[in-house]
Ligand binder design. Structure first.
Ligand code: SF4
Ligand code: SF4
Length: 215
């Protein structure tokens, strides 16, 4: 996915996602996965400053790349479905309600760009969890990565487990097909975010991102 990289993507690849598709998407079995690195520093994240607005700017850049790819594929006559970055899924349209059926994590792991870490986040070996993602599903005859990532490469690392103030990370080794929702105790994480909101005025944490040993 040289073109996506030329437009500013930090990582990009194509995966065969037929294995992870909900019935709504069975006709479009390839996914272009695009990631852009956050440039925000650990210190800024710790201070909770510019955290959400920075993510929003990155997601807007992702959408520019995504729209260019969609235009090009549609013009060539292929079916396309763009799954927007996470902060751009706010409307209540029918298409928005389909988005949760296809997570960016599936596209990125199938494209060989990352694995699901113990933190439940998508981990890239160069940038760790510090990437925002967008996905384009298509039936175009694109060459797919023959080496999808099928299981966690966290190994013995436990940095996120020990640094989570809520004890929410369950130290699980992910394999393709596992439900990554159960890797985190979301109630504990949510309670921590509420606590942070009361203490600092902002429901952010991000310690599992800052302390990841990858990237
Ligand atoms: S965001 Fe904070 S509380 Fe939630 S899992 Fe990560 S480190 Fe734990
Ligand atoms: S901190 Fe270590 S265990 Fe946690 S996601 Fe990153 S690499 Fe995996």
């Amino acid at each position: 996915m040289l073109q996506a990289k030329k437009m500013g993507a930090s990582v990009a690849g194509v995966g065969d996602v037929s294995i992870g598709l909900a019935s709504e998407f069975k006709h479009i079995t390839k996914a272009i996965s695009i990631g852009i690195k956050h440039t925000i520093s650990g210190k800024q994240m710790e201070k909770k400053s510019c955290y959400n607005s920075h993510y929003f700017i990155i997601d807007r850049q992702l959408q520019v790349i995504q729209k260019a790819l969609v235009r090009q594929l549609r013009f060539a006559g292929w079916h396309v479905l763009a799954i927007p970055p996470d902060s751009h899924r706010q409307d209540n349209s029918f298409i928005s309600r389909l988005y949760p059926l296809f997570p960016h994590k599936t596209a990125a792991t199938c494209a060989g760009l990352g694995w699901i870490g113990k933190s439940g986040l998508l981990i890239n070996d160069k940038f760790g969890p510090s990437l925002n993602w967008a996905t384009v599903l298509t039936d175009a005859p694109l060459e797919t990565n023959p080496n999808p990532i099928l299981e966690s490469r966290c190994g013995e690392c436990q940095n996120c487990v020990v640094s989570c103030p809520a004890g929410a990370i369950r130290d699980t080794h992910w394999k393709r097909g596992d439900s990554y929702q159960s890797m985190i105790d979301t109630n504990k994480c949510t309670k921590q975010l509420e606590k942070n909101k009361n203490m600092f005025g902002s429901a952010d944490c991000g310690l599992c991102i800052i302390n990841c040993s990858q990237g």
